[in-house]
Design a protein around this ligand. Sequence first.
Ligand code: DGL
Length: 276
Amino acid sequence: MSTGPSSPIGILDSGVGGLSILRALRRELPAESLIYVADQAHLPYGPRPLAEIRTFVQHITTFLLAHNAKLIVVACNAASAAGLHDLRAMFPDVPFVGMEPAVKPAAAATHSGVIGVLTTAATANGTLYASVRERFAANVQVETVICPELVEAVEANATSPAALQPLFERVLAPALARGIDQLVLACTHFPFAVEALQAFVGPQVAIIDPSPAVARQARRVLADRQLLATEASQPTLRYYTTGDARRFSTLASNLLGEPVQAQALRWAGEQLLAGD
Ligand code: DGL
């Protein structure tokens, strides 16, 4: 099977977080077919060792390529931190778009000289984060806030301002007190909690959600390779999870505001198999 303009874009994340990227991709590229894989059997990725995340991501990529994906969007900061470099080396002919913490626009926009980066441990520990800080934030104070609890809250559909207030008091209040005026969402789950986040940090703090920029980057990569779907194509959307397909479908329908019917995938050793 060879890939072409009508082949799908493959998207992966540990859970529903990457749907924030899928949503942006659909706005930017409505003619594209998409295959989404959520590795909920291994959620959360954030607290895991980078080497372990890297292995998961390599096998999910193999699954997506077997389903003819023409581009892989690593819609997970943790997975990008752990695996993007090696994925590009392992699959040199495959285009990848990954996530990197949006420190650059935050550093460019800050007036207080202090920016916050809300993320998970895997992303904070990766060399990608060290590199963006070095390149773009040399003259800016960076407050890194590690918050795996917010991943769990999004997965549990518990993102009301009231539900998240105690967590934000504990983890975000210290960064606010140090004067952040930009808050970078460096985990793809977090845009689904943006209302509660904005309510907590107040209007004087700008929240930076990188998903529209990631979707524009996907457009550029496809255009360069002449792989953009034509306007006339009938896009298909397929969703898979290594967790509970029914639960995923309910939550994803809720987050995307349209019906989602996910299929179950299971890990058989290092391979992903559909069904059962
Ligand atoms: N959504 C993922 C990210 O962007 C990871 C969440 C997790 O599983 O820890 O980092």
